[in-house]
Write a protein that binds this ligand. Structure first.
Ligand SMILES: Cc1ncc(COP(=O)(O)O)c(C=O)c1O
Length: 298
């Protein structure tokens, strides 16, 4: 147990990398993941994942093509922040297999796993551990269980890493908050799980609302999200960079968005992240205001 996925990521980085090691990570992706690795002296190698066909996600072929003799591991977040897209199970197994063949590790951030869309038979997305028991997995109570401020998460590591992680955890944090752990036990009652499931279903509806709304005002969503609560859309047709677009949206429409610059290099100027954590009515209102802004841009 850790103080959120963030502390699990710190422990994993402390255990897994040495200065000068290279770690492959998707561009765009959650910025703290690469910054935590870099704070331990590793070099985050941003692998372009900007094709709609590749769903803005890593695949085994691009992992292989960016591999060097300094590469020590691969970091995947599925479903992803900022794109809300998942790596298909077979591809994820292939990525982890590629790392394993080379004596490297695969760290999978599954913080949005339970907020992944279910398949046509109603089955939830499976953890990478179903195909690769050696993967290092990070997860948290922050998203599916909505306990962000309680700072509670966890890390699943191969047996050999357990004493290493325990020693590091003891030095960095002593323990994850005991009151938060007691509170989190209440997540696993039938009633709590029903609330969380209803919330996941609401995110599916909000995704549809946001994608249709954005496309309706001329802001394309190149890849439909299948998890988390984000929509990553393209503002290049507006004539503004994503930074300018976000500033104008904030000042003129009073809508808060996150520019692509936060998430990497390749989509830094072209894409913007919208969070569907706001209620459906607020999303509708926000998108209507963005529509007015887009119209004034001509
Ligand atoms: C992909 C990803 N990993 C980790 C985190 C950190 O989560 P936590 O609140 O559990 O530290 C976030 C938070 O937004 C995230 O999006």
């Amino acid at each position: 147990m850790t103080a959120g996925a963030s502390a699990a990521l710190v422990l994993a980085a402390a255990a897994l990398v040495d200065p000068g090691d290279e770690v492959l990570i998707a561009d765009p992706s959650y910025p703290c993941n690469r910054q935590i690795m870099e704070s331990f002296g590793a070099r985050a190698v941003l692998v372009p994942t900007t094709t709609a066909a590749g769903r803005f996600q890593l695949d085994a072929a691009s992992v292989r093509s960016h591999w060097t003799d300094r590469t020590r591991g691969v970091m995947v977040a599925t479903p992803s922040n900022p794109t809300g897209t998942s790596v298909p199970a077979g591809e994820l197994a292939a990525i982890c297999g590629t790392a394993r063949e080379r004596g490297a590790w695969c760290l999978v951030d599954e913080i949005y796993l339970d907020l992944g869309d279910h398949d046509e038979h109603g089955r939830p997305q499976a953890s990478v551990l179903a195909s690769d028991p050696d993967a290092v997995v990070v997860n948290s109570f922050s998203k599916y269980f909505g306990m962000t401020g309680w700072r509670l998460g966890w890390c699943v590591v191969p047996e050999t890493y357990v004493p290493v992680m325990e020693r590091l955890a003891q030095n960095y944090f002593l323990c994850a908050s005991a009151p938060a752990q007691q509170a989190a036990l209440a997540c696993f009652t039938r009633e709590s799980l029903a609330v969380c499931e209803a919330r996941r279903e609401e995110f599916v509806r909000r995704h549809a609302l946001a994608v249709e709304g954005l496309e309706g005002i001329g802001l394309p969503v190149p890849v439909r999200p299948d998890g988390a609560f984000y929509v990553y859309f393209d503002v290049s047709g507006t004539g503004l960079t994503s930074w300018e677009f976000c500033e104008r949206a904030l000042r003129e429409a009073h809508v808060a968005l996150t520019p692509g610059r936060d998430f990497g290099v390749r989509t830094a100027d072209t894409h913007v992240r919208l969070s569907c954590a706001a209620a459906a009515d607020e999303l509708r209102e926000g998108i209507a205001r963005l529509g007015t802004l887009v119209a004034t841009l001509g």
